[in-house]
Design a protein around this ligand. Structure first.
Ligand code: FAD
Length: 457
């Protein structure tokens, strides 16, 4: 079934389009809006920020406009590629072979093929063989849900051995999850391995990533143009402060006033959705509140020279305050960034980590000396821009029995749905999975019976 077919209206809705409010104008809210519109519904999107796109939005660093957070497309991203085909952008994707490094023990190691793995320090020959076998085994598991029964630590130790867990997996998990490391289920690490292994052509051979020239800014522009042309109402600077019941429908309150809708879909992260949504049962509230989120602090840098040429450098050295180095222009053509080298320094952390509240100057003071330790020939005057962004609720962490404890999308308040990226199970967070969730959720939303007393329009 195609996404368009999935979004066809249920028979009882065919003659009476509903008025839908979509709260949140990230890729999820916008794709949902498109699917609801394609099914003949009347849709308004409310976005709190001054522009659409959320985590995928673009911003300006120095004189370069590119994604606020780094994004790549994988060849296996079928749902996203299908949306890009609808938007006329799929054929523009540029695919490039990229390189990966590993920074451990205060030194840099390439990690691109079997021979690089064999040369990795800190692991013995048997450990390396078990590590390779772990990755291969994990990448072949199709359904990761049974792995929600096991902790990541127990699973990885069993497969790779104590030494490899201690020397490689645990530092990697810590760098990604901070104090949430011990709470991650095996399904979390499985989904990450599976996604990144999918970027490798021919097993351990070459890593291949793609991007659309113009980045997600261009993708969003095309999506917004499509929605506007279709008559979808798009409101920015419109944080929704409450959604509540009225006879036969729901009200949505923003700073501009109160509007009435037949149905509302809130696509914001659970803590934000909880604040705004009235009428949820105590059980639903408890389920949303129990979801553990990872946040992120991420610096974008412009350089006058390349760093090391690897798209990804994983870091397990705890003296480095960021998690990874992403050299975007080792993938993206520098003609698109005015000849500048664009680098991201992300730090993932639990949503309650105090670093999320640290001032930008202080982040710069901590990050730059560490970057220069990693790349000793990098000079301060070769860094021409440094800009920090942060988001508290990015990734809902797969913890033990995660999918059993998820709240349902249809809430106790008739006509109100909470559909957010926490509902992505059996996969890791990506725009591809976000589009897939939007497609599937639209089909579910459209099959719901009408709210009693809702007037046909
Ligand atoms: C560092 C990083 C790197 C990534 N890399 C990749 C990658 O390489 N490839 C890939 O496919 N994916 C990647 N992703 C994931 C991708 O960005 C997400 O899957 C996707 O953007 C999530 O979209 P969303 O709409 O679910 O959430 P969001 O983008 O968070 O959208 C939620 C929206 O709701 C709005 N909102 C919040 N409160 C309110 C309110 N009260 N009223 C109205 N609106 C509100 C927010 O402003 C936001 O726009 C990455 C993410 C990050 C953070």
């Amino acid at each position: 079934m195609t996404a368009r077919e999935a979004a066809q209206p249920a028979p009882d809705m065919a003659e009476a389009p509903c008025r839908w409010a979509v709260v949140g104008g990230g890729m999820l809210g916008l794709t949902l809006a498109l699917r609801l519109h394609q099914a003949g519904q009347r849709v308004t999107v409310f976005e709190a920020a001054p522009s659409f796109g959320g985590l995928a939005s673009a911003w300006r660093v120095g004189d370069v406009v590119w994604d606020r957070y780094y994004h790549v497309i994988m060849q296996t991203d079928a749902r996203l590629r299908s949306l890009l085909t609808e938007l006329g952008l799929e054929r523009d994707i540029r695919w490039e072979v990229t390189r990966t490094n590993f920074y451990t023990g205060r030194s840099m190691h390439p990690l691109n093929n079997v021979f690089d793995y064999l040369r990795l320090p800190t692991l013995g020959p048997l450990d390396k063989a078990r590590l390779a076998a772990t990755i291969l085994y994990a990448s072949r598991i199709e359904d990761g849900r049974p792995l929600e029964k096991l902790s990541a630590a127990a699973w990885l130790t069993r497969l790779s051995g104590e030494a490899t867990y201690r020397n490689l997996w645990q530092p990697l998990l810590r760098s990604k999850l901070g104090s949430n490391e011990s709470k991650a289920s095996a399904a979390y690490i499985w989904s990450v391995i599976r996604r990144f292994y999918g970027a490798r052509q021919g097993g351990m051979q070459k890593e291949m990533f793609g991007y659309v020239p113009g980045g997600y800014g261009r993708i969003l522009e095309a999506l917004l143009q499509r929605l506007e042309a279709a008559g979808v109402t798009l409101q920015v600077n419109a944080p929704v402060t409450s959604v509540g019941p009225v006879p036969g429908g729901l009200t949505v309150k923003t700073g501009e006033g109160v509007q009435r809708f037949d149905r509302v879909v809130n696509t914001c992260a659970a803590p934000i959705a909880l604040q705004a949504c009235e009428g949820l049962s105590a059980d639903e509230r408890a389920r949303h509140a129990a979801i553990k989120y990872q946040g992120i602090v991420c610096a974008s840098l412009l350089l006058t020279r390349p760093l090391g040429g690897a798209y990804l450098t994983y870091i397990t050295d705890e003296s480095i305050p960021f998690t990874t180095v992403i050299e975007m222009t080792s993938l993206v053509d520098r003609a698109l960034t005015g000849g500048k080298h664009l680098v991201y320094l992300p730090r993932y952390l639990p949503a309650d980590d105090p670093l999320l509240d640290v001032a930008d100057d202080e982040i710069e003071a901590r990050f730059l000396p560490a970057l220069m330790r990693m790349f000793p020939d990098l000079k301060r005057d070769e860094i021409t821009a440094f800009k920090v962004t942060r988001t508290r609720h990015v990734l809902a962490l797969s913890t033990l029995d995660y999918s059993d404890r998820l709240p349902p999308m249809a809430t106790a308040l008739p006509g109100l749905f909470i559909v957010n990226s926490a509902q992505i199970v059996n996969a890791s967070l990506s725009v591809n999975e976000t589009v897939n969730l939007a497609n599937e959720a639209a089909a579910m939303l459209l099959s719901q019976p009408a709210v009693a007393g809702a007037a046909a329009r």
